[in-house]
Design a protein around this ligand. Structure first.
Ligand code: PAF
Length: 282
């Protein structure tokens, strides 16, 4: 049965009980979320259940990672449905704190800063976003003390920055990447998809179609980008912000070998991102 805890003190008590019940070698997996859970989160829970003895999910819409108040305001919230989904997917503990539990002294004075990668790709559109993410993830790690933490490849830049933070700052947690879950027509699952109107939802599939075209084109970077651009060029109502090829760590794209193709676009008023792995050749 899923146990809902609200305060840090409750979380600490439940965490200590888990350790006592499961023994010193048991592993605890954390799935950090902002709620509005969907099949993408289910995949994270299932991976955590398969890899750990106990699974803790956090549900917290972190104001520090929103650069626009309106975006924070309209972020979907539905705790009851989220709890039911956690229950179905074997999550033992859900920590859904009030903002004062996470930020008891108000806005933090000390941040984890994400470095130069945070100024690229998503960065220009979302100033301060990744500092907010890394700061709250640091707080979640400190409160839950997980052995493993699960993040989706859908937010690929976030995943890479969290991996870099763990390597650079050394919290004792292993980051596990979980592949993106897609709708049958290819659209990557996202909590923001519910904000799309029916016609925007139809337009949105062009993002994954473009990435698939790029991936399937193979060959050098120019061929991959040309194939993806051609598909994006057919899109009405889709305002592309970037389409970029990088190496898997989000450095400059290699000439050949593994790479990542990433896209961001506005579909109506909803901003969507997606990415795929690509193999570059000659
Ligand atoms: O990916 C998310 O849902 C959020 O950025 C995270 C990692 C839970 C931090 O608030």
């Amino acid at each position: 049965m899923t146990r809902l805890v609200r305060t840090r003190a409750e979380l600490a008590a439940v965490r200590a009980r888990l350790a006592a019940e499961l023994g010193p070698d048991a592993t605890v997996g954390l799935v950090p979320t902002m709620g509005a859970l969907h099949a993408g989160h289910q995949a994270l829970f299932d991976a955590a259940r398969a890899g750990c003895d106990a699974v803790v999910a956090s549900i917290f819409v972190n104001p520090m990672q929103f650069s626009q108040a309106a975006d924070l305001e309209r972020y979907p919230r539905r705790l009851e449905a989220d709890l039911a989904l956690c229950e179905r997917h074997g999550v033992q503990v859900v920590w859904a704190p009030e903002i004062t539990e996470v930020y008891p002294d108000g806005p933090v004075r000390v941040w984890v800063t994400a470095g130069e990668l945070a100024d690229q790709l998503e960065g220009p559109n979302r100033p301060g976003h990744f500092d907010g993410v890394l700061t709250v993830v640091t707080k979640l790690f400190a409160a839950v003390r997980p052995d493993l933490a699960y993040f989706g490849e859908k937010d690929y830049q976030q995943l890479i920055l969290i991996q870099q933070m763990v390597r650079d700052l050394g919290p004792a947690v292993q980051v596990v990447a979980v592949p993106t879950v897609r709708e049958p027509d290819g659209l990557a699952l996202s909590s923001r998809n519910v904000l799309l109107s029916p016609s925007e939802r139809a337009d949105a599939r062009i993002l994954s179609a473009a990435l698939a075209a790029g991936r399937d084109a193979g060959g050098p970077a120019s061929a991959v980008l040309a194939a993806a651009c051609q598909v994006l060029g057919t899109a009405e109502g889709v305002d592309v912000e970037y389409l970029e090829l990088r190496d898997p760590e989000l450095g400059p794209a290699p000439v050949t070998g593994p790479a990542r193709l990433l896209v961001a676009a506005r579909v109506g008023s909803v901003r969507l991102i997606d990415n795929v792995a690509v193999e570059l050749g000659r």
